[in-house]
Design a protein around this ligand. Structure first.
Ligand SMILES: Nc1ncnc2c1ncn2[C@@H]1O[C@H](COP(=O)(O)OP(=O)(O)OP(=O)(O)O)[C@@H](O)[C@H]1O
Ligand SMILES: [Mg+2]
Length: 442
């Protein structure tokens, strides 16, 4: 085999422009698992012929095997765009997306795969995207059916990410641990101190600052399942039968303990909403409260976290003791948090001499999602350069500072609104944390 590789290389020296020959060499190298050499050859082909499908496919396979998932994703996306994803590449694409926690995109693609080949099974992917949640009784056809429902009402997964993957947020991690993780782990201890178990945490704040992210990590942290429920979706779909379906989602969580039930957009259940009759909305709210209180069925083992961007629209009944009795402001990350986030986002990427502290200084007001966007932009610069040069170019400090200029912080708009509520509608002191954050003394 080695001999064959040598011969191919010799032949290439004589006719370096022979792309099919180079492609053949690259394929042989890949087959022999000579990843870095294969990478060089595929990149060289791309340098000579931008967008060569076979080379893109080969290079994506190399990156996949080298566990460079985010780089592989960029190539898969290009192939997808060109309509050139093979079945095998789709499966690998899904795996990369799951590694990078892009569950929504992974789910969409998996549904496409299952439509193409209804009998296809991948236990690893099923384990993460499984909709029934019940390992022994998981019915693969259920999975397809469940996932394919237009805007399916809830989505269950088993996240692998942990608190350590979440940058910063020390205080919030602490609160979640004390309020909902420890009671689950040490119920006797809490009972001994006469502390009632139950209730949830309501997180609020500007978009992209990690509310959903930390909810998912909470599930990963305790090896629990994770159900995410966007209330807006429910209301759009379920007018008339919302109560019944709300009950179903809570039952799904109760049947799959331990389970983190993440309720997003709780502001959707606002009695003042005009797009639904008041009395109908009141009934849904009452049903929701009954589920939260565990009136008919116990919520033991169900950890409830909720989030909103508009806490001022959340029904005040939700905040009574035993319900969302902890309301926490999830601020944009501070300098130390930003540094942590950067380090965690850069963890699996080729990067060189990055001074994360310096970048953190330059990104006041940036959300976690903004920081991730910056690194994505820098990655794109680098990938393009790598493909052109034929060798992997690590991300440098300069790329990131350049990327910062291309992506501005997105949290300002939210604060413009929040500030007014904090100044003029803060009777209960609910928004003191916002005032504190904005450095406003009242
Ligand atoms: N603390 C963090 N550590 C690492 N990454 C983070 C952190 N915060 C946010 N991110 C990144 O930003 C993305 C967006 O965060 P997330 O979806 O949790 O925000 P959110 O607060 O739920 O926003 P929204 O209000 O729009 O729902 C995450 O998927 C993650 O990639
Ligand atoms: Mg969110």
């Amino acid at each position: 085999m080695n001999e064959m590789i040598e011969q191919l290389k010799e032949a290439l020296q004589i006719s370096p422009n022979n792309l099919p020959l180079r492609l053949h060499l690259a394929d042989v190298l890949l087959k022999e698992n000579e990843l870095s050499e294969a990478s060089e050859q595929f990149s060289e082909i791309l340098r000579r012929q931008n967008g060569n499908i076979k080379a893109l496919t080969g290079l994506s396979e190399v990156y996949f095997r080298q566990q460079k998932y985010s780089a592989a994703i960029i190539l898969f996306e290009q192939l997808q765009h060109d309509g050139a994803l093979t079945f095998d590449a789709k499966i690998k694409f899904i795996r990369c997306l799951l590694k990078e926690h892009s569950v929504g995109q992974a789910k969409e693609l998996y549904m496409q795969v299952l439509r193409e080949q209804p009998n296809f099974r991948d236990t690893d992917i099923d384990a993460v995207l499984r909709a029934t949640g019940n390992e022994a009784g998981a019915d693969p056809d259920m999975l397809l059916e469940e996932l394919s429902q237009p805007g399916n009402k809830y989505f269950m997964e088993k996240p692998s990410m942990k608190f350590a993957d979440v940058g910063g947020m020390k205080q919030l991690k602490n609160e979640i641990s004390l309020k909902i993780i420890q009671p689950l782990k040490n119920p006797a201890m809490y009972k001994a101190f006469g502390k009632k178990i139950g209730g949830g945490i309501l997180m609020y704040g500007p978009p992209g600052c990690g509310k959903t992210f930390i909810a998912k990590a909470t599930a990963g942290e305790i090896d629990a399942k994770f159900i995410s429920l966007g209330l807006h979706d429910i209301l759009d779909m379920w007018v008339g039968s919302s109560e019944k379906n709300l009950h179903e989602v809570f039952q799904a969580a109760r049947k799959n303990t331990p389970c983190v039930l993440f309720i997003d957009e709780v502001d959707a259940l606002g009695a003042s909403r005009s797009d639904m009759r008041q009395s109908a909305m009141r009934q849904i709210i009452n049903q929701f409260l009954a589920e939260l209180d565990g009136v008919k069925d116990t919520n033991e083992g169900v950890l409830i976290l909720a989030a909103t961007n508009a806490p001022w629209s959340v029904d005040s009944a939700f905040r009574r003791p035993g319900r969302f009795d902890r309301v926490i402001f999830v601020a944009p990350p501070d300098e130390e948090g930003r540094k942590d986030i950067l380090l965690s986002v850069l963890k699996d990427k080729p990067a060189e001499n990055i001074d994360a502290g310096q970048i953190a200084k330059l990104t006041q007001g940036y959300s976690g999602a903004d920081l991730k966007a910056i690194i994505d932009i820098a990655t794109e610069f680098k990938l393009e350069e790598s493909l052109n040069k034929g060798v992997l170019q690590p991300i440098t400090q300069k790329d990131i500072t350049k990327a910062i200029k291309e992506h501005r912080a997105t949290t300002g708009e939210w604060f413009a609104t929040a500030r007014n509520y904090a100044l003029y509608a803060n009777e209960t002191g609910l928004y003191n944390e916002i005032l504190q954050y904005l450095n406003i003394k009242k």
